[in-house]
Design a protein around this ligand. Structure first.
Ligand code: PNS
Length: 162
């Protein structure tokens, strides 16, 4: 069985992530979407909720599995016998850091990286921008899956009334 992992923070998942996950899932028998547990960095959503939102956003992709990981990605790959990491590339700005990580992951453990260029319609998306826009009342319904939009609106409403 050919398996790959698509790792990230996913705080929260955007339509850009969904584009990359959907296209990568067509290339493998199983695509594991792995959310980084980063104790040093509290996100807007906790890891459980990020995973729930990812599961909802990928519900129509039967070969996508959502999990979480902590520590080095290559150690997770070794433990789970997954030889390929999938990363989305939005623009040249992403490339330098992603290339460095890909080369390091290969050097550390022979793990290969597959870069998927994002669709141009979602190439400008990032979780950080989405959170910023939503926090100030901007409409992000066209940038994120419906469940994510609903939670962002809910969080803003809660904050405004507290
Ligand atoms: O969505 P992000 O925040 O850009 O994802 C970055 C992520 C989680 C893929 C990357 O930080 C990572 O792989 N972290 C795990 C720790 C690790 O393996 N670091 C060494 C990379 S060479």
């Amino acid at each position: 069985m050919r398996r790959a992992v698509c790792p990230g923070s996913f705080d929260p998942v955007t339509n850009g992530h969904v584009d990359v996950i959907g296209r990568a899932s067509a290339l493998y028998d199983e695509l594991v979407v792995a959310v980084l547990v980063n104790p040093g960095k509290a996100g807007l959503f906790d890891v459980e909720e990020r995973m729930a939102l990812l599961r909802e956003a990928t519900a129509e992709l039967p070969n996508v599995v959502v999990t979480s990981f902590s520590g080095l990605l290559v150690h997770w790959c070794q433990r789970n016998d997954v030889p390929v990491v999938v990363k989305g590339l939005r623009a040249v700005g992403d490339f330098e850091y992603e290339l460095q990580m890909a080369q390091m992951n290969r050097e550390l453990a022979g793990v290969e990286t597959l870069f998927v260029p994002t669709a141009p319609q979602v190439g400008h998306l990032s979780s950080s921008l989405v959170k910023q826009i939503a926090a100030f009342g901007g409409d992000v319904s066209h940038l994120v899956p419906p469940a994510v939009n609903a939670r962002l609106v809910q969080k803003r409403t809660e904050k405004e009334s507290s």
